[in-house]
Write a protein that binds this ligand. Sequence first.
Ligand SMILES: Cc1ncc(COP(=O)(O)O)c(C=O)c1O
Length: 376
Amino acid sequence: MHLETLLIHGAEGDAQTGAVSTPIYQASTFRQHTVGQEGGYQYSRGNNPTRHALEEQVALLEGGSQGFAFGSGMAALTAVFNLFSAGDHIVASQNLYGGTSRVLDKIFSRFGVSVSYVEFSNLIDIEAAITSNTKALVIETPSNPTLMVTDIKAVTNLAQKRGLLTVADNTFMSPYLQRPFDFGVDIVVHSATKFISGHSDVLAGVVVVKDQRLAEELHFIQNSTGGVLGPFDSWLLLRGLKTLGIRMDRQSQNAHELAVWLRARPEVKKVYYLGFEDHPGFALHRSQASNTGNVVSFDVGDGEFARRILSKVKLCVLGDSLGGVESLVNLPDVMSHGSVPKERKLQMGVTPSLIRLSVGIEHSADIILDLEQAMK
Ligand SMILES: Cc1ncc(COP(=O)(O)O)c(C=O)c1O
């Protein structure tokens, strides 16, 4: 089946009653028929039918074998980093989401897991950062918020040659636009708070793997550490996923119109958008994803002016997220990337005057009018 169809029919509701929508099993514990019962449901930290339906659905959409749902994207990433032990080393892209580098630098460093950040467009730099203790390469493509593109296949080829795992944060694309397993990635992570939910009403994260041993380890970590997604939030994601395809199509189309309009504005000094042929990652992105996604970042050259624009928007929401049906704007320098060291931010293009726009599904003319009045 095509992804559009899988989004609707992947999770087929309830076989017992015929309910088209998966029921919300709002239960912490399940009756066992014998002491020490094997299989079935026992306790919702270990497994819950609504969460299980969601986990199967995301695994199917990503082309993996097993999914795991957590209470946030950060909880999902934390579970992945729990695969590593004291002495292990990770080579990560310097363009990761700020919270991902924060948990590595400030939490996992306390347990002896070290990380080196490099620019992933240069394979020689990645190779140079690999040590005998390196266990994984961590990428995010396209990156947040300046849309740098990483060559997924080149990275996984290198990882396989050196016996390393590759972890890809696929939040910005969702499985509808990009499927990292097709390029040899081992672990796919999402902040499901974003496109998988799509409605700015759930905080959630998912991890998907293909390999059986990794699946067993992640299930052990999920059950042991317990940051699981609740049944109602799992149901909200199952519901949100049904419209992922039409949302992403509409948002990508709107993003294109916004990017073209922004580029023509005299107030705008630079536009980061994957649909422009002169974007350095244009061809590479096209070869590994089916569309641009909805993020357009733009630099207005003056931090004070950027703040004034953000305080004047009316239709766009000034807020800390992306991927919802409503257009959202933020100032990465002090919001999404506030915790990233200044030098790394500047290397990424995150200046005090960079605005990130997550384009929603409104009529594009209304979004344009809103930004125009705010700039004035
Ligand atoms: C690319 C990316 N990964 C991970 C996260 C963390 O997800 P959450 O906010 O759901 O914990 C975010 C949040 O913005 C993100 O943009």
